[in-house]
Design a protein around this ligand. Structure first.
Ligand code: SAM
Ligand code: GLN
Length: 302
């Protein structure tokens, strides 16, 4: 590999510093068509050195040790193979919390923070909020709600046993295990089993929504490394909304709501489902990029 040789050869003649290795890595990642080469280089080096990113900027001239160079070379190789940064570091920030992630779970996305913020805002005056997070993955949504708001507790469902293991670990890390019950099953099936009829204030979900036909157009980071069953319904991308919009109402209290994230261009189809399925008022919220991203459907509010 050219890259490996370059570092080794140069290492004989010159000392690699934080500044020079960042510059080199940025150029190499650019060549590998990675979309945020500088940021990734910094995040990965900071991770290796177990420092904050800001540390790098005030220590540009600090030399790297041989063992650090060897370890960083391995990290660079992984990223060049388009493994997502979060799978390399094993962690991802969401709602200001650092979640543990593995390739068994979707990397929590910044746009999903809108879904969590919507739930927090809309239920701020409820004394208690009994929620179900459907398709919890890393647990990002359920755990943020339980950690950031005392009045939120409930359950988190996923079909993937491996994902639930990560979610449970995150719940332990954030000390909210007593507020969230983790259940394995298909969508709302665990709620039937628990007899949750008319009991929940909030059903919240970021379901897989990428149409099967779009899967081969995704960036390699997503297509090759994230779990396919976290991304697509193996259909037109709307399958999970059909099921959730059809079946959720019976589990909700009269003041309850279903809140979902959805993908770009899915808003019209989802609005139509909402109108046809006997829900009360519904609201659509836009993300920071001005894209319609979240729908909240009230069981009985008009
Ligand atoms: N909630 C996490 C987040 O927002 O970062 C993960 C969302 S990911 C888009 C969808 C999740 O739904 C995955 O963890 C996947 O395993 C789960 N899932 C897929 N099909 C499911 C099903 N039929 N029943 C329950 N969960 C399912
Ligand atoms: N937001 C993810 C993406 O665009 C998809 C996650 C999902 O299907 N809910 O890659």
């Amino acid at each position: 590999m050219i890259m490996t040789k370059t570092i080794r050869q140069s290492n004989n003649s010159k000392v690699w510093t934080i500044g020079s290795i960042l510059k080199w890595t940025q150029a190499y990642f650019t060549e590998k068509k990675i979309s945020s080469p500088r940021l990734d280089a910094e995040v990965l080096l900071a991770y290796l050195l177990q420092k904050e990113r800001i540390y790098l900027y005030v220590h540009f001239d600090e030399p790297l040790q041989e063992n650090e160079l060897t370890a960083f070379r391995n990290i660079i190789k992984k990223r060049a193979a388009r493994i997502p940064v979060a799978y390399i570091t094993g962690q991802k920030e969401f709602m200001g919390l650092t979640f543990k992630v593995s390739s068994a779970v979707l990397v929590p996305r910044p746009e999903t923070e809108l879904l969590v913020e919507t739930a927090i805002n809309k239920f701020s005056d409820y004394k208690t909020v009994n929620f179900a997070d459907i398709g919890t993955g890393s647990g990002a949504i359920a755990i943020s709600l339980a950690k950031l708001r005392n009045n939120f507790s409930g359950c988190a469902v996923d079909i993937s046993k491996e994902a639930l293991t990560i979610a449970r670990t995150n719940a332990e890390i954030f000390q909210v295990s007593d507020k969230i019950k983790f259940l394995q099953g298909d969508l709302l099936a665990p709620l039937y089993e628990q007899n949750d009829f008319n009991k929940l204030d909030l059903i919240i979900s970021n379901p897989p929504y990428i149409p099967l036909s779009d899967m081969d157009k995704l960036e390699p980071e997503i297509r090759k490394y994230e779990p396919a069953n976290a991304l697509t319904d193996n259909n037109d991308g709307l399958g999970f909304y059909r099921r959730l919009i059809n079946d959720s109402s019976r589990f909700l209290t009269d003041n309850g709501a279903l809140a979902c994230e959805f993908g770009i261009g899915q808003s019209a189809a989802i609005k139509e489902m909402a109108q046809k399925n006997g829900w009360g008022k519904y609201e659509i919220l836009k993300d920071l990029a001005g894209i319609e991203r979240v729908i909240i459907l009230w069981k009985q509010k008009y």
